[in-house]
Design a protein around this ligand. Sequence first.
Ligand code: MG
Length: 409
Amino acid sequence: MSVSIRRIRCIATAPADIRLVVVKVETSEPELNGLGCATFTQRPLAVIEAVEKYLDPLLRGRAVSEIEDIWQTAYVSSYWRSGPVLNNALSGVDMALWDIKGRQAGMPVYDLLGGRTRMAAPVYLHASGRDFSEVTDRARALMEDGCRHVRLQVEVPGQATYGTESDLHTHQTVDGPLTPHNLFEPADYARLAPQLFEHARNELGDEVELLHDIHERVPAPLAMQLAKDLEPYRLFFLEDALPPEDISSFRNLRAASSIPLAMGELFTNVNDYLPLINEQLIDFIRVHLSDIGGLTPARKLAALCEYFGVRTAWHGPGDTSPIGHAANLALDVSVSNFGIQEFTTFNQATLDVFPGCPVLKDGMLWPSESPGWGIELNEGLAAKFPYPEHPYNGAWPAVRRRDGSVVKP
Ligand code: MG
C-alpha cells in the first residue's frame, strides 16, 4: 500500500517579523509529514488560499512518491498558470514531497539529488550604511567572522535607497507624499555607488569578493554607465541591473561591459530566463525557488545553466523560510555549477520555531545531515509569532521620483 497525501495545510508565522508561509503535507502514515516553503511575503494570504482551497482538494489521496507528476498536474490545474501566487503554492507542496521522500529514504535531499560535490556553500552577507565608512565597518565585521563575500549598499542622503535602512519597507507603511523614505532619484544613486566601491577597495583590500544590487532602480542607459563605472573594482557580480520587463536590453549591457552579471530573482516563468541563459547574457542565475514552483523546476534550471556556463546564486533573503534556505542549500552542495549563496542570518526566534536550521560557519552554510530537509516546525511556538499588523497585509507602497512617478522596486 503506497503512502498517500492525507491533507495539505499552511502555517503562517513571522518569528523575524517577516511573513512566512510554510506548507505541511500530512500523509496516510501518521508520523510521516513534509514541509515546504511557500513564502511570498507581499501576498501571503493569497498563497494560503491557493494551497488550502485548490491544491489540498486536488491532491488528497495522491501517492507521495509521484513528485514530478504531482507538480505537472497541479501546474496545469489552474489552466492559466505560473505567476508568483500559484508558483509559491506549488512550491510549498513540491518541497514538502521532497522532504517526505528524503525521510522515507533516510537521506538528506542533497543525497537524492546525486550527493555532495562540496561540503558546504560559501555565502555572501549584506553590509549597508548611511555613509561609506559605516558600510566598510560593517563589511569588516563580517570578514572578521570568516565571510569572504560581502554585498555593499550605501544610502543616498535623504533618499529611500534599496538595501539600506532608509528603504521605505522598514519605515513607510502607507502610500503618501514624498519623504526621505519613498523618494529616489536614479542619477543621484548612480553617481554615488562607484565612489562607495572605490572607498571599499581602499579600505578592505583586494581579496574580499564584493557584490552590488541595483535592484532594477535605474533606466537601461544609466545601468550601462554604472556597470562600466564599477568595472575597476572587480565585483563578484552586479545584480538586477535591469528589471525583467527590459531583458532585451541585456544584449546591449553585455556588449557594453565586462562586469559579471547576476539576474533573476523576479523570474516566475521559464520563458523569462531562457534567452538570458542560452545567449549567455548573464553569469549567475538569481532565482527565488518558491517563485518558480519549488525544487523540481529549480533542479532542471540548474542543469540547464550548467551547459551554458551559467552559475547558480539562488535568492536567499529574510523572506525565505528556513525550509526554503535548506532547499537552496541542497542544490548548492549537489550541483557542479554552484556560484554563491545569498544568506540572511536567522534570529533566535526563527531557530526556536524551526529546529534543525542550516548552520553558518567560516563563511559557509552547512546543511543538516538528517533525512529530508532535516528541519522540524514547532507549530505551537510558530503560533506565538503572528504576522505583524500592516495596512496592506505586507504589500509595498511605491518609491517615487521627485516628479511623483513610480520607480521599480
Ligand atoms: Mg536582489
